[in-house]
Design a binder for this molecule. Structure first.
Ligand SMILES: [Zn+2]
Ligand SMILES: [Zn+2]
Length: 138
């Protein structure tokens, strides 16, 4: 997704697109969900405080969301800013992989929510298990 999207989103909130904000958005849009630590490591030119502040700003504006994995979390762009998908996370090495979109699952979830009288807006679905490499070493 191009940076004009983030520029517009920030403009709406009267926030300017600084270089660190642009870089953090770009890293998140080109990667699988990242921990805060991974995000910081991948952008050594940005100091830690700026990175934390930027992520907090993006969260408050609904640009970034937390993907809860057990008691930890990873950061990813919210559904408005990237295609909706689900994840599978390895319990051993912690890597997270996106699962391909599946219309059947999406429709099922909508139908199940509708049974409860809900109009669903958003959901996260996360599968936990062992990745191929960790399965081999187990
Ligand atoms: Zn693994
Ligand atoms: Zn889904």
């Amino acid at each position: 997704m191009s940076t004009s999207v983030i520029e517009q989103a920030l403009k709406q909130h009267h926030v300017s697109l600084t270089k660190p904000r642009k870089q953090i958005y770009e890293v998140l849009s080109h990667n699988e969900p990242l921990t805060m630590q991974e995000l910081i490591t991948s952008l050594p030119q940005i100091d830690k405080t700026t990175a934390y502040r930027t992520v907090a700003l993006f969260e408050s504006l609904g640009i970034v969301q937390r993907l809860q994995i057990g008691w930890k979390y990873k950061l990813e762009l919210s559904n408005q800013y990237q295609d909706h998908h689900h994840h599978i996370t390895c319990l051993q090495c912690g890597q997270t992989v996106a699962l391909p979109e599946d219309e059947v699952i999406e429709e099922r979830l909508l139908a199940l929510a509708a049974v409860q009288g809900f109009e669903p807006k958003d959901h996260q679905l996360e599968v936990r298990g062992l990745c191929p490499a960790c399965r081999q070493s187990a």
